[in-house]
Design a protein around this ligand. Structure first.
Ligand SMILES: [Zn+2]
Length: 487
C-alpha cells in the first residue's frame, strides 16, 4: 500500500477563483472534483455540485492554484544565522559550514518539511550529502525519508556522492598562503562511501524508503572523479534520476572553464552521458550560451535559486536566456531562508534578479517555474503542476487580495507581487489536506523537533564558537587565493 493513501471517496472543492495553471484565464466559482487523489473534472461549480456529498465539499475562499515544487533543497530547518554562519561568498561559506553543529536528520527534516508545506510546497527535491560511513549514511537517508513521508511531502531525494575536494580546484592554481592545512581538506574530512558502492547502497535503501523516490547526485561534477561519474551513469541507466549543483559561483567558472578543452563541468556531464531529461541542475549562474543550448537539446532542466544566489554572492542567473533557449526551468529555495521558507518571496527574487540581468521575466513565467517547471524538472511532468483531469490533486489556496482595491487585478500578478507564506490557507497533496483553514497539520511535530534542535544548538554553542573562530583564520588567505585565481 502507498504510505500516503488518498482520502476515500470523492472530494469536491468549490473555488472562489481558480487558476488551473500559471497562464490560465482565472475561473470564478469553479469546482474541482477529485477521486483517488486525482483530479477528474474541472467545471463551473454548479455543474459538479451533485457529484459529491455536502460533507465531502470544501469551500476555498481565495485563489486556488497548483501547489509548488521546491526543486532544490537541503532540508535545513534553521537559518544558518542561528549557528553564527553569516552570508558571504560561496567558497568562504562552505568553509564556515564545516564548523556548524551536526543536527539530527529526522528532526531537521521534519521541521524543514512542515515549513515547506506551510508555504504551499507539496513536492521537494533534495540532496542528501554527508561524509559518514555507509551505515550512518544509510540511517541518515532513512531518517530523512521517514520525516518527509510523515510531513506529507512528495520527495525526490538524491543520494549525494563526492570523491574530490569540495570547493577548490585540484591542483590549486596558486600556492596556498594560509595555515598549514589547506582549506580543501576541511571540507573532505573523510570519504565514508567509495563511489563504486553507491549503486548497491541506493538499491538497498529503496525498500526502506517507500514514501520518497530516491535518485543520485554527484553533488557537483567537479567534486566527482571520472570514475564516480561513470558510476552515476550506471545508476541513471538503471532508471534513477540525477540532481546536481552546476556552475554556481564565478570562481567555479574561472577554475573549471575548460582551459584544456572538455574539463568543464558541462562537458564532463555530457561525456559521461549524464546530460538528459533525467537530470536537473541547480544554480547554473555561470553557464555560457552554447552550454545553455546544449542543456536544452539534451532535455536537462535547470533549477533557479535566486535568493541563494544573492545571499552567497553568486550573481544573477540569466534565466530569460534559459527560457528563450527552451530549457525547462524550476525554482529552488536551497534552504536559504532567514526566517521561514517563502516560495512567494522566492518568486519575487526571481523577478528582481531577472530585472538586474536586463532580461525580465513576467509573474506568469515565474509562477510557471514554481509549478509546471518544478514538476517537469523532477520527473512529474504531465502529472503535477496543473489542475486538470488526470493530474494529481496537489493544489493550494491563497487568501491574499481577494477583496478591496486590488480585487480586480490579475490574480497571478496579485499573488506573485504581494502574497506570503502566511497567506496560504489550504494545501492538498493528492487530495489530502496538509493545511486546512490556515492550520498546518504537521505544526506540532515541527515545533517539537525545532525545540530539540535548538537545545542541541545551545549545548554546542561554546564549542561551535571555538570551531568557527578557528576557521576564521582561513578566510583571509582564502580570499587572497580567490583574488589570485581571478587574474
Ligand atoms: Zn544547494
Amino acid at each position: 500500500m502507498s504510505p500516503f493513501p488518498p482520502p476515500a471517496g470523492p472530494l469536491l472543492l468549490r473555488c472562489r477563483t481558480l487558476l488551473t495553471h500559471a497562464r490560465a484565464v482565472p475561473l470564478r466559482d469553479a469546482g474541482v472534483l477529485v477521486e483517488n487523489g486525482t483530479v477528474v473534472a474541472v467545471a463551473p461549480f454548479a455543474e459538479l455540485a451533485d457529484r459529491a456529498p455536502a460533507d465531502r465539499t470544501t469551500e476555498l475562499d481565495g485563489v486556488v492554484l497548483p501547489a509548488f515544487t521546491d526543486a532544490h533543497s537541503h532540508l535545513r530547518a534553521l537559518p544558518l544565522g542561528e549557528q553564527g554562519v553569516a552570508d558571504t561568498d560561496l567558497e568562504t561559506w562552505v568553509v564556515r559550514l564545516t564548523g556548524t553543529t551536526a543536527l539530527d536528520p529526522y528532526d531537521d527534516t521534519t521541521a524543514a518539511a512542515v515549513a515547506l508545506v506551510a508555504t504551499g510546497v507539496t513536492t521537494v527535491q533534495a540532496i542528501h550529502h554527508s561524509f559518514a560511513d555507509a551505515d550512518t549514511y544509510a540511517a541518515g537517508v532513512r531518517a530523512v525519508a521517514s520525516a518527509l513521508t510523515e510531513a506529507g511531502l512528495r520527495a525526490e531525494l538524491a543520494v549525494g556522492i563526492t570523491d574530490r575536494a569540495e570547493f577548490l580546484p585540484e591542483p590549486l592554481p596558486v600556492a596556498w598562503p594560509g595555515p598549514a592545512r589547506e582549506p580543501r581538506s576541511l571540507a573532505a574530512p573523510a570519504r565514508g562511501i567509495p563511489p563504486g558502492d553507491l549503486p548497491a547502497l541506493a538499491a538497498s535503501l529503496a525498500p526502506s524508503c517507500p514514501g520518497v523516490r530516491l535518485g543520485v547526485a554527484p553533488v557537483a561534477p567537479q567534486w566527482c572523479s571520472d570514475e564516480a561519474l561513470e558510476v552515476l551513469r550506471r545508476c541513471a541507466d538503471d532508471g534513477l534520476r540525477l540532481h546536481t549543483h552546476l556552475l554556481e559561483s564565478r570562481h567555479q567558472r574561472t577554475w573549471l572553464g575548460g582551459r584544456d578543452g572538455g574539463s568543464d563541468p558541462v562537458s564532463r556531464l555530457d561525456r559521461h552521458g549524464l546530460l538528459g531529461p533525467g537530470l536537473s541542475a541547480a544554480h547554473g549562474v555561470w553557464l555560457t550560451g552554447p552550454e545553455i543550448a546544449l542543456l536544452a537539446r539534451r532535455g536537462a532542466a535547470l533549477v533557479h535559486c535566486p535568493v541563494s544566489n544573492a545571499r552567497l554572492a553568486s550573481g544573477d542567473a540569466p534565466v530569460r536566456s534559459w527560457l528563450d533557449a527552451g530549457v525547462t526551468v524550476a525554482l529552488g529555495m536551497d534552504s536559504q531562508h532567514t526566517a521561514a521558507p517563502d516560495m512567494f518571496a522566492e518568486m519575487r527574487a526571481a523577478l528582481a534578479a531577472a530585472e538586474r540581468t536586463g532580461g525580465p521575466l513576467t509573474p506568469h513565467e515565474v509562477l510557471a517555474m514554481a509549478t509546471e517547471g518544478g514538476a517537469a524538472a523532477t520527473g512529474h511532468g504531465g502529472r503535477l503542476g496543473r489542475i486538470a483531469p488526470g493530474f494529481r490533486a496537489d493544489l493550494i489556496c491563497v487568501a491574499t487580495g481577494t477583496t478591496g482595491a486590488k480585487a480586480d487585478l490579475d490574480p497571478v500578478e496579485r499573488i506573485v507581487s504581494g502574497a506570503a507564506a502566511t497567506d496560504v490557507t489550504d494545501v492538498f497533496r493528492s487530495g489530502r489536506p496538509l493545511v486546512a483553514g490556515g492550520a498546518v497539520h504537521g505544526r506540532p511535530a515541527a515545533e517539537a523537533a525545532l525545540a530539540r534542535l535548538r537545545t542541541v544548538l545551545e549545548t554546542d554553542r561554546e564549542a561551535r564558537t571555538r570551531r568557527l573562530d578557528s576557521l576564521a583564520a582561513y578566510e583571509e588567505p582564502l580570499r587572497g587565493l580567490l583574488a589570485g585565481t581571478e587574474s
